[in-house]
Design a protein around this ligand. Sequence first.
Ligand code: SAM
Length: 250
Amino acid sequence: MRLDFSRITQQQNVYYLTPEDAGFSQYYLAVREKEQRILTDPEVRKLPYLERDEWPYRIKSTERFLSYISKKTETLHMLTIGCGNGWFSNKIAEVSSKNEVIGLDVNRDELEQAARIFKTKNLHFVYADIFNVSDMFEAKFDIITLNGAIQYFKDFKELMTLLTSFLTPNGEIHIIDSPFYATDEIPAAKQRTQEYYESIGVPEMTKNYVHHDKKLVADFDILYTYKRNIIHKILGKKESPFSWYRFIKK
Ligand SMILES: C[S@@+](CC[C@H](N)C(=O)[O-])C[C@H]1O[C@@H](n2cnc3c(N)ncnc32)[C@H](O)[C@@H]1O
């Protein structure tokens, strides 16, 4: 069932399901600015086919996911959590105009950029605290994606329980392009993260970046996993170093 946006407050084509709270996004955007990773509109339009930063490593993971959903014959209602500037939500929406895609985030700047650039009928961008939208989202989505976003959610299990309640029967959650760590790797990874955010002058971001344990996804299907391939290395082929995880609601 399509969501009804007619009575929802909107500004600059972004729909506000919950009141804005700039707590997290002020630090997130400060980091992106320091890293010079806030992209211009023309750059966002090209994603993921951009020759800078991590983008060459994200092409194949994007293409794999698009190929996966394009094989599904039913109409899909999809939610992309942490959609940022909207490029991935748009790619998904382009797969079929029958599908409905909602890109959700908590950073107004990139949501407004997303809504400015990608104006497709089957794509809406929403601002929402995901933990306060259950009435509207309950049992609504066939596919939920977290692409490069799970590391910003503190409680993995709490989030998965909530997102499972948003799924239709046999609905799926996909986690793409995010790191999970072996238990014994976590202390050192935390230390590196803290030193990094301190070095760029945004120490507040340390508590907003989570190093999730691989054990949390032990029961998920792994649809892709990175394998070192010396031939690919020699040929300069670029691949995501992260696994692609899927959970299916039974
Ligand atoms: C690294 S970006 C990824 C953007 C995009 N999905 C991509 O793959 O390029 C992470 C995004 O997650 C968003 N985010 C972090 N915490 C969030 C939350 N609690 N709810 C929704 N979005 C969140 C951030 O604002 C940011 O836009």
